[in-house]
Design a protein. Structure first.
Length: 139
């Protein structure tokens, strides 16, 4: 009677599933990184300031375009509607859960930005931030 030898196969690591897993993790991190950037306004050309400081807190954004249109968190709104909505949002500002940012296009009328600022103050919101872009000192 002849006994067969059992050949022992070497263990090996399959690389394709490993590479697929790393690419999946990479895609997840890229998507997570991109979703962290929150801008609650419409695309504007913001004025520059050398003293600009980046804020990472929850906020409500009011955007004023160069044409004078007003947007509340990307939704076009009239001055009358803005005043009513700000009065509804006032408790969240008092509890300091939210901050209010005004995004005024650098080509927007200064008077229009002041009108919106005045509406915010009439609604009783005291902490208001004007959004700018960081400017290099050497310019």
């Amino acid at each position: 009677m002849k006994i067969r030898e059992v050949s022992i196969k070497k263990a090996r690591i399959e690389m394709m599933p490993l590479i697929d897993s790393f690419f999946l993790i990479l895609v997840y991190f890229i998507y997570a990184f991109l979703s962290m950037s929150v801008h609650k306004g419409v695309p504007l050309s913001l004025p520059q300031a050398t003293t600009a400081v980046e804020q990472k807190k929850e906020h409500v954004g009011i955007s004023i375009t160069k044409e004078g249109d007003i947007f509340l968190d990307k939704q076009k709104i009239t001055k009358k509607e803005l005043s009513a909505r700000l009065k509804l949002l006032k408790p969240s500002f008092e509890a300091q859960k939210n901050h209010l940012y005004i995004y005024g296009d650098k080509a927007a009328s200064h008077g229009r930005v002041i009108e919106v600022f005045d509406l915010v103050r009439k609604a009783g919101i005291e902490k208001v931030f004007i959004e700018t872009e960081k400017k290099d000192d050497d310019q």
